[in-house]
Structures are given as C-alpha cells and as structure tokens.
Design a protein around this ligand. Sequence first.
Ligand code: BG6
Length: 481
Amino acid sequence: MSISCDMLVFGGTGDLALHKLIPALYHLHREGRLHRDVRVLALARKKLDRAAYLALAERHCRAQVARGDFTSEAWQAFATRLDYLPLDATQRSEFVRLAHHLGEAGKRGVRVHYLATAPDLFEPIAANLESAGLAGDDARIVLEKPIGHSLDSALEINEAIGAVFPESRIYRIDHYLGKETVQNLMALRFANALFEPIWRAGHIDHVQITVAETLGVENRGGYYDHAGAMRDMLQNHLLQLLCLVAMEAPVRFDAKHIRGEKVKVLEALKPITGNDVLDKTVRGQYGAGRIGGHDVPAYYFEPNIDNDSDTETFVAVQAEVDNWRWAGVPFYLRTGKRMARKRSEIIITFKQVPHLLFKKGEVNRLVISLQPEECISLQLMAKAPGKGMQLEPVELDLNLAHAFSSTRRWEAYERLLLDVIEGDSTLFMRRDEVEAAWRWVDPILEGWQGHYRKPRPYPAGEDGPEQARQLVERHGHQWWR
Ligand code: BG6
C-alpha cells in the first residue's frame, strides 16, 4: 500500500530528525516504498533556507546510512520531496503562515504531524495546529517518548492532545517496537507451538532484560539531565519488552488486541513502594573510564550537565508481574549508558530438571538478542565427546541476519513511519498503556526522592554499579554475560 502524504517534522533540525527520521525516509524513498506524492516539511526555529537545510540533512544522512546505500543520485531524487520552513512552534500566528505554505503546495492525501520535540511543546503545537485548521480528519499526530515526566504530566499531555485528535489518530512512538527482533519475539511466542506450554512460572525461573549502551549522553545533556535512565529508557523501551515477553496471546494480531494484552501486563506489575524502592531498584551514574580504548569523562563533566547532577545514567529494577502466569518470577530489568558493550537482550532462564541425573545441573536458557546481532539462541545441555557423561552447554543458534541475508534489515523508524502513513497503530502505544507504565514508575521516582541516596557510581566501560550485581545475586541469580 502506498499513500500520498504531507509529513511535517517539528524539531526538524534536532538529533532525532537528522539521525533517524530523514535517513529512514531516504531508505523508504530509495526502495520505492513512498508514494510519489509524499512530501516532507521540516520545521524548526533555526532561520535556514531550503538549500541550507538540504545540505545539513544530506550531511547527516550520508553519515547515518550504510556505505553503498547512500548515493548522490538517490539523495538528489529524495531531496525533491524535502522542504524546510523556520517556525516558532509556540506562536499561533506562525501556524497561519504554515497553513498558507501548505495550501500553496497543494493538498496531498493524509497529513502527518511528527513531533520530534521536547514534550513541553506537544500541547502548544496541537493547539496551534487546531487553530490553523491543520488538525482535520486527514491529520495524524506522532508523539515521541517520553510522554511527560510523570503520571500527572502524561495525563495532562494526553488530555490536551486528546482534545484535538481522537485516539485513533494519535501515534505514540516507541522505536523499540519497530525493531525486527522485537516483532520476532511475538512470532517466536505465537507462531511456534514449542514454547507456549512452558512460558510460565512453573517452568521459567527468571527473566532478564538488558539494554546497555556504550554511548554517553552525547549532546543531549539538556534533555537527559532532567530525564535520566528511568524516564528515558525503562519507562518505555524496557517495559514494552517486558510486555511482549509476559503478555497473553492476543485474539487477533491487530492494534486493539495486542495493545489490550500489553496493558494487562502493565496493570499486573506489582507496585514498588516504600522501602521496597531501596531494596528492588539500583540507580547508578557513570564516572570517568575507558570505552573502546578511549578515555571518556564522567557524566557530570559532559556538556550541559550540572557538576553536582544526581541524575541516574543506569537503573536496575527487580520487577514482578503479579498474575496467574507469572507470580513469583523475577523480571530483572537494567539499562545504562557508557556500559561495557552495546547490547539489548532478553534472557529467559528455565528451571532445572526436576531430578538431577548428571553432575552438572545446568539450565536451559533462551537468549533473544536484539542488537547488535539479531539472533535467538537456545542453550541446551549436551554430552561432551569422550568417556563418561560430561555435560556442556551448547547453543542452538538462529541468526536472523544470516537467515534473511538477502534482505536489508529495516531500521525501526522506517517500519514505524510507513505504519503511520498507512494508518496502522499496532506498534504504537495507546494512551492507557503509557499511563499504566507511569503509574508503576511514579512511586519508584518518588521513593528515590523520599529516601534520597546519591546514584551509585560506576566507571564508564563497566556493567553498572556493584549493587546491581547484588540485586540479582541475593536470589541466587547472575546477570547473563
Ligand atoms: C532513545 C533514548 O529512545 O533510545 C536514547 O532516548 C537511547 O537515550 C536510544 O540512546 C537507544 O536506542 P537504540 O535503538 O540505539 O537502542
């Protein structure tokens, strides 16, 4: 399906637009997935003319796209779709100018307003779009996470956006849901008879979800120092992964049913309150260290970060899904910046066999690796060659990049942008999902303030603070390496 559309990117000179959205649209263009009438209008405060914006966008796109996928011819052709308009999104009068600009260009199919801005601009932009007549039936709005800063602010944003756009035309993006392996998790669970019978407390010992990055805050200090790892990553990406691991099979593979099942998981998360906050969560902040052979500074020496900042760049939580299927199974979640290795993975550790026949009591593990490699491997016990029954763990590997080697792996944003244009909200967060996630996260954030404790330091290039290791070890578990 290919639909004509005007895509307006608010925050058009920001990192997200330049590093992710424009390259994703370029790929879609190059592979012929965009209707010939799709036009992209980037908007931001900077006073640039179209030529200057195109030069900026080309430079970033060239740097982001794999060598071989970027050609000047393809860029030139793509650039004919691209335009730029300086705009102060807080000024209502500017939207009249915007409407005029769009009017001159002629109306094309649906209109997508992509808000790649800070959340405090969501409300004014929606209101200004409405007053300029740009929020009609053909208009959709895309909101980037984090939606708000807390439950209250998320409610406020949802209320304000909901007053302008019906829920069916609001797309709350969490780019993790656009990752191939994340969708593969649903295929693995619901298209194979193998796992479902043992996908429950009686057979699963614990679940780990790790999203580790080697990057620091780069030039996003202004935003990050007010967000921290909990709001930036755990409230959204990690909880979404948890939902996909823990949800029941949806009745149908569509937006209503999948999102309905995810909300039930979020609502079943056991609240972490009072002293449990200290017991079941660990906050950390990176200090100076080495990454990839280079010295890197401590968090509080990064640009735009307060020297005495106590924002967490690492968080680990022991969560529990309090329902029939999962009661008693720990879900350990952790994410951090400046960690030893970039990797996102979900590890399902199964229980030991009920009766040990062999000396080595190893367990089966299903390792779902989202990045850098996309692969799924099952750790089984096998007999090592030779005399006696020496058991060793061996891996049954499914490398998705090899299995589908003739197909280019899509970036998450490519898939999600196409879904917005085509009006498919299956992989976007519904209002109640976002609010349920905040409802669980808020008491943890409040607990951190109430029982104030500075974040635990960890050297850049290591796997987070010591306390995160203790969090799992006291239950006889270990983080999977
Ligand atoms: C974003 C966060 O949502 O996800 C960033 O705001 C983080 O801080 C990024 O670096 C990680 O995404 P990915 O796809 O590289 O794992």
